[in-house]
Design a binder for this molecule. Structure first.
Ligand code: ASP
Length: 423
């Protein structure tokens, strides 16, 4: 997607320009005051409409793309036992990176004590919310109606259905082979559509960022500056130290090259604050820039967009420490362990859409009996942090995707190094 167009500029460059222009326009409008007539027309009208259309056009691709691409991916697996192995590795890596993320965040919150000086009182008692029984979690993986699963965008159910469908296609002989051709054509067309819609990305991100920065008051940041900076610092630490180290150790790949190849998904994730909306771009990048075979990426990327949210886990870790400190409540070692386990599990089954991190945070707070209304304290800066943590979430999905693909031998070093255009 980095191809140059007639103007000679790469799409990535144009997206960056759109983002910068959006931030500047938003800040100017914020200074003028969004309530006055012209800013209101721009922010509530033009930017809102433009941004929403861009988001919808990315999201409209998610269900067909995941289904078609994953059916193809499963059908291409020559050995069915591979499916279990790939699934196991992916899940283990997703859970481990999330646990590392939240542990780093809790450690940072303990060392830097961002919530000191708030001195809030609470006499409300909270009872822990019952976690859904594990049996139900497994039952809910299987769609009784695949059309309903697609209509509601239930990613885990779509993944299971597509996997079974692809499996049946390999077992069905000739009819299956004929269908594979059809799915290959569909996949090529949908991937092309991703590119077509991405050409509007510079304008889309402009509208999204202009709206956020016009409506986001920076007064909210000042009292929370320590919390804000700490979350950002841990996010950067995870993205620039944990991921590169794991990538190097587990796959031997060059982390700098990896991050360079990830430019487009990172920018789109930042602008949309939605791993789900970014999914088409992440998948396209995994296959055409990172060199991951479709048989791996079609499974690991959608799964990651749904269950792997390291950036979100980091916010939860720091926020839990912050809220406990602000209310003067001591957390013991078991509480910390509880936070790690709940935050890791809470990310499974909560889709990557804007703001979902706060919903998960409520679950974590309840689990360790902290006042849920403490979330109100950090609300003002959450939208800005959401953008950065979504970029981290997406980077984590792609890192694990590369590691799994490399270990399975479904990986092209030439594409990764940019010496072979595979399309
Ligand atoms: N917006 C995040 C994502 O889509 C989730 C969150 O942290 O709220 O990955």
């Amino acid at each position: 997607m980095d191809t140059e167009d007639g103007g000679g500029r790469s799409l990535t460059f144009k997206i960056l320009m759109g983002m910068a222009a959006g931030v500047v326009a938003g800040m100017i409008l914020n200074a003028v005051g969004v309530e006055s007539a012209v800013p209101d027309f721009l922010v509530g009208g033009v930017f809102h409409v433009g941004g929403s259309i861009f988001l919808a056009s990315l999201k409209l691709l998610v269900v067909p793309l995941v289904f078609v691409s994953l059916v193809l991916g499963t059908a291409a697996l020559d050995d069915i036992t591979k499916l279990g192995r790939v699934g196991g590795k992916t899940l283990a890596l997703y859970l481990t990176t999330t646990a590392i993320a939240i542990s780093l965040a809790l450690l940072a919150a303990t060392i830097f004590v961002p919530g000191s000086g708030f001195d809030l009182q609470t006499d409300v008692t909270f009872t822990a919310k019952e976690a859904p029984p594990l049996s139900q979690v497994f039952i809910d993986l299987f769609p009784s109606n695949p059309v309903a699963a697609m209509a509601s965008g239930n990613m885990l159910q779509i993944i299971v259905f597509a996997g079974l469908f692809g499996l049946a296609m390999t077992l069905a002989g000739e009819p299956g082979k004929r269908l594979i051709k059809l799915f290959e054509d569909l996949d090529a067309v949908i991937m092309r559509l991703v590119m077509v819609l991405m050409s509007a990305a510079p304008y889309g991100v402009f509208c999204l960022l202009a709206k956020v920065f016009a409506t986001q008051g920076f007064e909210a940041v000042a009292p929370l500056i320590r919390y804000f900076v700490l979350v950002l610092a841990v996010l950067f630490l995870h993205a620039l130290i944990t991921y590169p180290t794991l990538l190097r150790l587990l796959s031997g790949l060059n982390p700098i090259r990896f991050l360079q190849n990830m430019r487009d998904p990172i920018l789109v994730a930042f602008s949309t604050a939605s791993s789900n909306a970014t999914l088409p771009v992440t998948l396209e990048t995994a296959e055409h820039k990172l060199g991951v075979d479709n048989s791996i990426a079609s499974f690991t990327v959608p799964l990651g967009a749904t269950i792997n949210m390291d950036g979100t886990a980091i916010m939860q870790g720091v926020a839990t420490g912050f809220i406990a400190q602000a209310y003067g409540i001591e957390l013991g070692p078991t509480d910390y362990l509880m936070v790690v386990v709940t935050a890791t599990l809470a990310s499974i089954g909560t889709a990557g859409v804007p703001g979902v991190g706060l919903v998960m945070l409520a679950m974590v707070l309840r689990q360790v009996n902290l006042p849920v209304e403490g979330i109100g304290l950090i609300l003002g800066v959450d939208r800005l942090l959401d953008m950065v943590r979504t970029a981290v979430n997406v980077t984590g999905d792609a890192m694990v995707t590369c590691v799994v693909a490399k270990s399975e031998g479904h990986f092209s070093r030439e594409v990764f190094n940019g010496v072979a255009a595979d399309d």
